[in-house]
Design a binder for this molecule. Structure first.
Ligand SMILES: Nc1ncnc2c1ncn2[C@@H]1O[C@H](COP(=O)(O)OP(=O)(O)OP(=O)(O)O)[C@@H](O)[C@H]1O
Ligand SMILES: [Mg+2]
Length: 519
């Protein structure tokens, strides 16, 4: 019996989709296959049309394989059985934490569950937890769907750095590849040049794949001739070949974690160099910037969108002289009710993931009448610890209750009134890569202001990349900042984008102001 864990610390990268399609393909090839849905969200359970239930699941069940064996259900597909998720799996981590020997318990459980199968696939939840540690300790292979983006590559680097020499064979592959995006195309080519690091097959971003959870079946069942079905078949063949090699030689088929770390490190430094960082902001200007964005700052903040990254360079050249620059990357997870109450009312609730910290943030914004600029009306954010962030991301903790506890401001009450205790779910996760400049002295006729600028690319799965310019003025009127920015854009000959990628833009604006206030 071989254990393949489909795992990535990042959420929404295609783990479940991959697990469901590969499990189906292995089963269809005649291998008796068990898919264990380890995620309380029960997405693969849903996709395979099984009721999410493990009767009598609780802490004692972890030492009693019978509870799990009895929960195994046949699926609509020959040779494919499913061990469904149960909503109470949200406690799985805590239960494992309370055991003295979680890895040993998981290993014994998998040995007993897998007795009747030649392959066990694990659909893991996102995050790094006791569960993922136990899974990593037991699996023969870690299959890691990776979206071609800077932060995804960084996450993969972090994973490789956390693995020791006993770690399972690592098989990363590119997932949700969108060839309309320049970064996806260039990372896809980089991956092709590194077959020792990544599987050759890349899963395209395709609406046919999204249909898995609508049609509740693997892609080959409803459209075997679809290009994505062919990609999954290619992935299945490649993973199968690696498993055979692993069984025959016992050797990890791909590079060692150290080789990954070196290659990814080099890749990331070229990607970051790509978003040119010539000068690090001086301590003085950094301090001024913090002041500008801190709780006492009262300058207006506005944003507009442009067509492409090239516009950033044109705009920067039009500033006339070089200014201190600083690169910043982060993830923004947006939460809303299922009928988008907050978005419609102009509010954003976000969890911001920076390399070193997490922030919870709430923003109230307004779009100016000509739809050109987004202006912030109110924004508050507070630093939160990783435990809370993980619980928010896994749906165990409501972001509103965290805002209530950490942000003492009327905005918290406004949110509570708007959502009236309804559940908020994650509606979008976007990756933000930005370059911060300034302060830049703008002067036009009688008008002048000191303005910090941020050029930012925001990428969300399934959405066009948004290119935004975010400006915060120091002690100037919104109208004046707006006019100065308009003149600058005209001088540069850069047109604004007509369709506002509002959500990504707001995410960006929100973050620019997100110096934690804690109050
Ligand atoms: N190749 C693809 N093309 C288009 N959409 C995709 C693709 N792969 C996954 N999706 C969609 O992206 C979303 C996330 O995919 P999936 O649930 O497989 O990710 P995940 O990593 O399991 O997420 P989570 O961390 O929440 O468990 C789903 O809506 C899915 O339909
Ligand atoms: Mg999933």
């Amino acid at each position: 019996m071989t254990i393949v864990a489909v795992y990535n610390m990042k959420g929404g990268v295609g783990k479940t989709t991959c697990a469901v399609n590969l499990a189906y393909l292995f089963a269809a090839s005649g291998q008796k296959t068990l898919l264990w849905d380890l995620d309380a969200q029960a997405a693969s359970t849903f996709a395979l049309r099984v009721k999410p239930e493990v009767a009598q699941f609780g802490k004692p069940a972890l030492r009693n394989a019978q509870v799990f064996i009895e929960a195994i259900r046949e699926t609509d597909h020959l040779n494919l059985d499913l061990l469904p998720a149960d909503f109470s799996y949200r406690n799985l981590d805590r239960f494992l934490d309370q055991l003295e020997d979680p890895k040993h318990v998981m290993r014994r459980m998998l040995a007993q569950l897998g007795e009747a199968y030649s392959l066990v696939l694990l659909d893991c939840p996102a995050g790094f937890s006791s569960l993922s540690e136990a899974v990593i300790a037991c699996a023969d292979v870690l299959l890691v769907p990776t979206i071609p983006g800077t932060l995804s590559m960084r996450t993969l680097l972090r994973l490789t750095q956390s693995l020791d020499h006993n770690a399972p064979a690592l098989l990363p592959f590119l997932s949700m590849v969108d060839r309309r995006k320049a970064l996806h195309r260039s990372l896809s080519q980089w991956v092709e040049r590194h077959p020792e690091l990544f599987l050759r097959e890349q899963i395209p971003y395709a609406s046919s794949v999204e249909q898995v959870s609508v049609r509740r079946a693997p892609v080959p069942i409803y459209d075997a001739s679809d290009p994505a079905a062919k990609s999954f078949a290619g992935l299945w063949r490649e993973v199968g070949a690696h498993l055979t090699q692993l069984a025959q030689t016992g050797a990890a088929p791909m590079a060692t974690p150290a080789v990954y770390a070196e290659a990814l490190d080099a890749l990331l430094s070229t990607l970051i160099a790509d978003a040119p960082v010539h000068t690090i902001a001086s301590a003085q200007s950094a301090a001024r910037k913090d002041q500008a964005n801190g709780p006492d700052r009262d300058g207006p903040q506005v944003a507009f969108a442009v067509d492409s990254k090239d516009d950033f360079q044109v705009l920067e050249r039009a500033l006339g002289e070089a200014h201190p620059r600083r690169a910043a990357n982060y993830l923004a997870h947006t939460f809303d009710t299922d009928d988008a109450t907050l978005r419609r009312a102009g509010y954003r609730v976000q969890l911001i993931e920076e390399p070193e910290r997490f922030l919870i943030s709430v923003v109230k914004a307004r779009v100016t009448p000509d739809e050109e600029l987004i202006c912030l009306r109110e924004q508050r954010s507070a630093k939160i610890d990783g435990g809370w962030a993980a619980q928010i991301l896994t749906g165990q903790l409501s972001p509103i209750s965290v805002i209530d506890r950490r942000i003492r401001h009327p905005l918290a009450a406004e949110l509570r009134a708007l959502t009236a205790d309804r559940t908020l779910a994650r509606v979008e996760s976007s990756e933000h890569k930005s370059l911060r400049l300034g302060p830049v002295e703008f002067a036009e006729g009688e008008e002048s202001a000191s303005i910090y600028l941020e050029f930012e690319c925001a990428e969300a799965p399934g959405a066009e990349t948004a290119y935004c310019v975010i400006a915060s003025g120091l002690g100037a009127e919104t109208q004046s900042v707006t006019r100065l920015l308009g003149a600058w854009r005209k001088r540069a000959g850069v047109r604004r984008q007509f369709e506002l990628p509002g959500s990504a833009q707001l995410a960006a604006v929100a973050h620019m102001k997100s110096s934690p206030t804690g109050s």
